[in-house]
Design a protein around this ligand. Structure first.
Ligand SMILES: *Cc1c(COP(=O)(O)O)cnc(C)c1O
Length: 481
């Protein structure tokens, strides 16, 4: 009967998608980032729920015909907006297979493969990042849930000091937590604190300047003033505007001295550990109590993927193991990810993680990171060499923060000019980069994280910004008479 899933559809669907996806990826290096009318095309999807469907091939053909032009080419080499990684071929193939096998990695009996590859890839990731293999780990949907998972462990640890099993009994009756951070704190960490009942706005931000750099002496003073309570200290490895790092080594020292929990959000910055050129930025990280990173950023596995590592491995099942008679025993010596992660049932994200680590190894991933470091330095030099561009920060990692600043445009008009260039840049579609506000100035912050990105792609950033800037600047030059 048409309109019901049938075995006969499978071959057609796989052939169709393999052919079309291959063609898409073969063209993605040169594809405009933003097809014309992309928003309208996306919004054109709608209508009523079909009463009778017309089958898989028809549905997928519509997706291909109308959906590709409703997509931004974020997997391509010229997408520098946000921090969005590409997909390595090994991870892509493994991810397709993951859907074909449809493995639920929550429980060993449902997926020995997904469960075991989770254990293996967590071990490999710990090793690649230079963290002790004795730490526990969890695979999540991204850094937000990794921050949530790690801070859940911090919350458990903190409540234990007050004699309370917070996961069993809840927060009622406990005092408020002291949570300390520099100004680099990411919005997703606040969100995680909100979800944890610790409060989004309860973090005390101790920054010493407008950029948000941590005031280390203020942190020391706050910790000294605690008088016996335990604090949760949050460090950011890789701030989103400039790629800068909190002083992790010193923070770990202070945390140790005062018995505080140190959590490090290294969504993309943890990858600094892969290269001897940048490893100093995360020096001392093994002194942290929890560390997280994204898979879908610099590891270049497909959405969605992240991981949380916790020094005291027992905290993860302590907080997250909730069993039932029909499930695996919670003390099963085999990995059951349902007891280590917020989700019970979960996609076997480990298959793509394992595949990319297996395919390219430590050296392959290090080489990718180093190529991106080189590209960021190249971009910084091109910014510095352009009389109408101004770099606003050092480039410790893979982000270059700069703005268009022609001498004839007065300072007070620069924000609006750069905002307008930002809008024009996205519409132009040759290269994609977003704007931010850094130290009160509207600026671009392209992030280089895609294995496909080449020198000519990065060079387009300055070329296009300058070209669009030159077109728009005359409107911002004061009229003199
Ligand atoms: C991207 C990012 C996050 C959030 O990651 P998601 O993958 O979007 O959940 C958290 N922290 C930092 C520093 C980030 O760059």
């Amino acid at each position: 009967m048409p309109g019901q899933p049938s075995r006969d559809e499978i071959a057609d669907v796989l052939d169709l998608i393999a052919r079309e996806a291959r063609e898409y990826l073969e063209g993605v290096d040169e594809r405009p980032l933003r097809p014309p009318d992309v928003d309208d095309r996306a919004e054109a999807f709608g209508g009523r729920l079909p009463e009778r469907g017309d089958g898989a091939v028809a549905a997928l053909q519509q997706l291909l015909k109308e959906g590709l032009d409703a997509s931004v080419a974020s997997t391509g080499p010229r997408f520098f907006h946000f921090v969005i990684g590409g997909v390595t071929p090994a991870a892509l193939g493994a991810d397709w297979l993951t859907s074909a096998l449809d493995q639920n990695a929550g429980l060993w009996p449902a997926s020995p493969l997904g469960s075991q590859l989770a254990k293996v890839s967590i071990g490999w990731l710990l090793e690649m990042f230079g963290l002790p293999r004795s730490w526990g780990g969890s695979i999540t949907t991204g850094a937000t849930m990794a921050n949530f998972t790690a801070l859940l462990c911090a919350r458990r640890w903190w409540a234990q000091h007050h004699g309370v099993d917070v996961d069993a009994e809840g927060l009622t009756g406990l005092p408020r937590t002291t949570i300390l951070s520099g100004g680099y704190l990411h919005a997703s960490t606040r969100k995680a604190l909100g979800m944890l009942g610790l409060g989004r706005d309860r973090v005390r931000i101790l920054s010493r300047d407008e950029a948000g750099r941590l005031d280390l002496s203020a942190l020391r003073r706050e910790l000294e003033a605690l008088g016996g309570d335990q604090a949760i200290v949050i460090a950011t490895a890789g701030e989103v505007n400039t790629g800068d790092f909190d002083p992790i080594f010193d923070m770990a020292d202070l945390a140790e001295e005062h018995g505080a929990w140190l959590h490090v959000d290294g969504a993309f910055g943890l990858f600094a550990a892969l290269s001897p050129r940048t490893a100093h930025l995360v020096e001392g990280i093994e002194g942290a109590h929890s560390v997280i990173a994204d898979g879908h950023k610099w590891l270049n596995v497909p959405y969605d993927s992240g991981f949380a590592f916790v020094r005291d491995a027992s905290l993860l099942p302590g907080a997250l193991a909730s069993g039932a008679a029909y499930l695996s025993p919670v003390d099963d010596p085999r990995p059951n990810l349902a007891y280590l992660a917020p989700e019970m049932s979960q996609r076997s994200r480990s298959i793509a993680l394992w595949a990319t680590l297996r395919a390219y190894g430590r050296q392959g991933h290090r080489a990718m990171v180093e190529r991106h470091l080189d590209l960021a330095q190249r971009l910084a030099v091109r910014v510095d060499d352009s009389p109408d561009l101004e770099r606003l920060a050092e480039v410790p990692l893979n982000i270059v923060c700069f703005r268009f600043r022609p001498h004839e445009v007065p300072e007070e008009a620069l924000d609006e000019l750069n905002r307008r260039i930002g809008t024009a840049l996205l519409e132009d579609g040759r290269v994609y980069a977003g704007t931010t506000t850094y130290q009160g100035k509207v600026a671009f912050r392209p992030a280089i994280v895609n294995w496909r990105t080449r020198e000519e792609d990065v060079d387009l950033i300055t070329d296009v910004v300058r070209e669009l800037g030159a077109k728009l600047a005359p409107e911002f030059v004061p009229v003199t008479d």
